[in-house]
Design a binder for this molecule. Structure first.
Ligand SMILES: *Cc1c(COP(=O)(O)O)cnc(C)c1O
Length: 362
């Protein structure tokens, strides 16, 4: 790794290693945090400055900070994995850097040089490397940026804070892989044409939560969102992309038409399948067709994908117009094979395409 521009000031009160190890034994997801955070500030006229890695602590934020009123905020989600022989790896982190800047452009926020984004992530992961779990766990890394200027007028802010925090995560599916159930949101849409669906911004998640609450009420794990124009075409879940596998070996995933988030796991799966000669098409797929194909048996598997869970089988779908299962509702071999391949590449156990794994420590 080249010399970092993030000045490191080590925490004077890191968690005792015995307590850290106890937390790492069962960290769950998103509730335990490492000792440090990376930070940088952007101000109009000055650009980026103050790049540092310091002890993790609360922000001091003015009550008029733009993010609190107009939600000018974006984020990324990536993972550091323990590979073999003491290495720690990131999976395609430059993809996260470039997507972060695409999100920034959509939200009228400043871009951050890709090398600086990677520097922040890699410096934090090396400083907090003791927090990367062994075994099936990983260190979830969360870069984000928000409007920190105190100003209530409506315009792009003049000051932004960039920060990276990290959170150890256990195996996503405790007690083995379990197929998820989906609720078809007939009332709520996540994104529309010309909107922010393709940007990884907090606002999209805020807009998805009422539907998520509805899913829980109906005994489902996640929401499948439909397009906002016809309420018919499948977009994606609140935070994962979808794939459909047919009995003739064909695979479909909805196209990147501006309303879905361009997942890095999604892109990686497409590339791996194409390399294997699988016929994978990015084409629209309708919810009524999904029901018909699941019932006729033409559709054999469906799975969701994203950094947090890697790949999750979809077992059951429920909407106001009916309910159906995919296969026997417990997932399938196709998704399992892809899951093993992706996870194997991320952990450095299987050689993937050149450049997919970036070694941070080791
Ligand atoms: C982050 C995200 C995904 C998954 O993207 P990955 O790069 O695969 O983690 C899918 N959908 C939404 C809405 C997301 O925010």
């Amino acid at each position: 790794m080249p010399l970092s521009i993030f000045e490191v000031e080590h925490s004077t009160a890191p968690l005792a290693s015995s307590r850290r190890r106890a937390l790492l034994a069962d960290p769950g997801f998103g509730r335990v945090f490492t000792d440090h955070m990376a930070l940088a500030i952007w101000t109009r006229g000055h650009g980026w400055h103050g790049a540092s890695v310091i002890a993790r602590k609360p922000f001091i934020l003015d009550p008029a900070a733009g993010v609190l009123h107009y939600a000018q905020e974006i984020f990324e989600g990536m993972k550091a994995y323990r590979g073999q022989h003491g290495t720690i790896n990131l999976f395609r982190p430059e993809q996260n850097a470039s997507r972060f800047n695409a999100s920034a452009r959509r939200m009228a926020m400043p871009e951050i040089p890709e090398e600086m984004f990677l520097d922040a992530v890699e410096t934090l992961v090396s400083v907090d490397s003791d927090w990367v779990p062994e075994g099936e766990g990983s260190l979830y890394v969360r870069p984000f940026m928000f409007a920190s200027e105190a100003f209530l007028g409506v315009r792009p802010a003049d000051e932004f804070t960039f920060c990276v925090i990290a959170s150890p995560a256990g195996a996503y599916f405790k007690g083995g892989n379990k197929a998820v159930s989906l609720w078809v949101s007939g009332r709520h849409n996540r994104a529309g044409p010309g909107g922010t669906g393709a940007a990884k911004c907090g606002g999209n998640y805020a807009a998805s939560l009422a539907a998520q609450a509805e899913a829980y009420e109906h005994g489902c794990d996640q929401v499948v969102f439909l397009d906002a124009v016809e309420n018919r075409w499948i977009d994606e879940l609140g935070g994962m992309n979808l794939f459909f596998v047919f009995d003739d070996g064909r695979v479909i995933t909805p196209p990147l038409n501006g309303t879905i988030l361009p997942g890095i796991t999604r892109a990686s799966i497409i590339e791996l399948l194409q390399g294997r000669g699988v016929d994978v098409a990015e084409e629209p797929y309708a919810i009524d067709q999904w029901q018909a194909d699941a019932c006729s048996g033409r559709l054999v598997e469906a799975f969701a994908c994203g950094t947090a869970a890697a790949i999750a089988d979809v077992g059951r779908v429920k909407g106001s117009d009916g309910e159906w299962s995919i296969g026997d509702g417990s997932g399938g071999n196709f998704a399992a094979a892809i899951r093993n391949e992706i996870i194997g590449i991320q952990r450095g156990l299987i050689a993937g395409p050149a450049g997919w794994v970036r070694q941070v420590v080791g």
